[in-house]
Design a protein around this ligand. Sequence first.
Ligand code: UDP
Length: 363
Amino acid sequence: MYDYLIVGAGLSGAVFAHEAAKRGLNCKVIERRDHLGGNIYCEQVEGINVHKYGAHIFHTHDKAIWEYVNQFAEFNNYVNSPVANYLGTMLNLPFNMNTFSKLWGIRTPAEAAAIIERQRGEIAGEPRNLEEQAISLVGRDIYEKLIKGYTEKQWGRPCSELPAFIIKRLPVRFTYDNNYFDDRYQGIPIGGYNKIIDGLLDGIETATGVDFLADKAGWAASAKAVVYTGMIDEYFGNSLGELEYRSLVLDTKTLDESNFQGVAVVNYTDAATPYTRVIEHKHFEFGQQPKTVVTYEHPSDRKPGMEAFYPVNDERNQALYQRYAELAAAEPNTHFLGRLAQYKYFDMDDAVASALELSRQLL
Ligand code: UDP
């Protein structure tokens, strides 16, 4: 009998398993996919660590979380500075003086602030959705060129029907600073994310290609408690209806050139281009390989057999999630952890924090 059965070998499950094992508890981790690591899993192609499930850039403001992940790998000094391609014009992200200057031909923060101030005037009162939030943050020009098309492709619905918090993830700066994140700590693990997962799960029994839900009762009986990191609605057999998740179709190609786009991430912010981002993986680690690997990210509704990437935290889904959360709270000996089980738009540092919090509560 295990002390803990951990369902899902992504970052959340691996951190919890590590903490439990560190305290001498007997754990097993089972994973439906044929590899460990969940969405931070990387695959080596042409000597390049390819982020198999889209770009993952670790960033946090929390020193303790930073030190936690640094136990397992040294991090490089990569700073995410993506560039937006809007109908062929290259504009810096996040929204900063480089963006404003190129867009409006201005030079100073005061000039940029005056333009934005004028444009945001069209929103009165508290923004009620992503569209209003975006216009009130950066004005209509930037909303139309850098936000609307990208966001509607990414989420598959109008910005006026999306929650405002999604856009608050992005900083707006009146300095010439292209660093996408405001966080104090940032980087990519040298040697790839698999090193972190391997470190976390070192010495712990794992099994891949195993579907917990195919024999929920049987698996649950194998341990005193379960930590479940899969989709919460699936756990309950979708009994209250399906929660929506956005998925991605990732189209990865190896190119016979050394430097395709000169930066790790280019966002395509117009509505017509079918993909949202092109990732050139080698730039995460300053690679000098003769070839390059690029991934085109096509957002999509999640259809059967596709991975769930993003919870859709609109009102309808949020209300449904609350009802599942009530079922979850009443579920004996099962704890729900991570982006899919907590139905929350966690970044990696949030996932680590949430797993550490659960281990403090339980262990
Ligand atoms: N976003 C945008 N334009 C961009 C990049 C992002 O409008 O060029 C918006 C979009 O709504 C997206 C959100 O900001 O869903 C959060 O972007 P982030 O880069 O944090 O998304 P992730 O990396 O988690 O997919």
